[in-house]
Ligand binder design. Structure first.
Ligand code: GEK
Ligand code: PPY
Length: 248
């Protein structure tokens, strides 16, 4: 695995963070050392797939990067009539994702699309995953996407949303940022790397509060949601579309 040294040297000017070939090349190391609980979250996407799979359904991975969530879902799917659709708008990510996924054999079809998640139709879905992607969409486009996700889910389907979060309270907000920076330091990032990356993300990654996510879920129509994971300012939620009433 190639190590992430992207922000290790002082940069004269810090460009906005983007998912280009340099980032794609070191991505597994970057995400592992930057996102507390990343591995637990990906594993749990697998567990949730085991529990919420439905026959002849679609599974969407929005902002798939190298396909970690798609792979976690595919390992659990038992119905050959299922189909996984992984989407990313970074050509460097999509190219590497396709290459990576080819090395695993499976009966479940998986297509990787180079597209903007705002332009892709979602339908007949048992599960939609956005694992740290919604936070990169302009704020004014988030409500509409979550509403489309709700519409595209089958009854009893779930939306798994992992996000960096902000808090309304400045004191507790700073505390969680501090703890996250400690986590990065413990994983070998220097003060310079932490501060340069923070600047690069400032204009492109705009996290919401947990309450904003919950309000958006309700507005879209989800009958229930839960924060199933939180470590510092990173969390993962599950929103459930009401199942059809059974005849029994
Ligand atoms: N509008 C968009 N349309 C499509 N893709 C997008 C868009 N905006 C951003 N992306 C893509 O969303 C991904 C976000 S990374 C996801 C990790 C992965 N889910 C994982 O489970 O390893 C999270 C992170 O790096 O913090 C990148 O690959 C972007 O190109
Ligand atoms: O590194 C950070 O500070 C993050 O917020 C997580 C992250 C991980 C990978 C790409 C962009 C942001």
């Amino acid at each position: 695995m190639q190590k992430d040294f992207i922000y290790a040297e002082p940069l004269a000017q810090i460009q906005d963070f983007c998912f280009d070939a340099t980032v794609a090349e070191v991505f597994p190391d970057m995400i592992q050392r930057s996102v507390p609980g990343y591995q637990t979250i990906v594993q749990t996407i697998g567990k949730l797939t085991q529990k919420y799979q439905q026959p002849a359904s679609r599974y969407y991975d929005l902002g798939c990067s190298l396909g970690a969530a798609s792979l976690a879902m595919r390992r659990q799917l038992t119905d050959a009539g299922s189909r996984i659709i992984a989407i990313d708008n970074s050509p460097a990510m999509v190219e590497r994702c396709q290459r990576h996924l080819q090395s695993f054999r499976s009966d479940v079809p998986l297509e990787v699309l180079l597209a903007d998640i705002r332009d892709v139709e979602i339908n007949n879905a048992a599960i939609v995953v956005s694992n740290f992607t919604l936070q990169f969409l302009p704020k004014q486009h988030r409500d509409e996407l979550v509403a489309r996700i709700y519409q595209g889910l089958k009854p009893g389907g779930i939306f798994i949303l992992s996000e960096k979060i902000v808090l309304d309270n400045p004191q507790t907000h700073e505390l969680l940022i501090d703890l996250h920076h400690d986590f990065k330091r413990a994983n070998g990032y220097s003060e310079l790397e932490i501060s340069q990356k923070r600047s690069a993300l400032e204009n492109v990654m705009l996290p919401d509060t947990i309450e904003e996510h919950q309000q958006r879920f309700r507005q879209a129509g989800f009958s229930s949601s839960v924060v199933w994971f939180q470590c510092f300012n990173f969390c993962s939620m599950v929103a459930i579309k009401e199942p059809e009433p059974s005849d029994a």
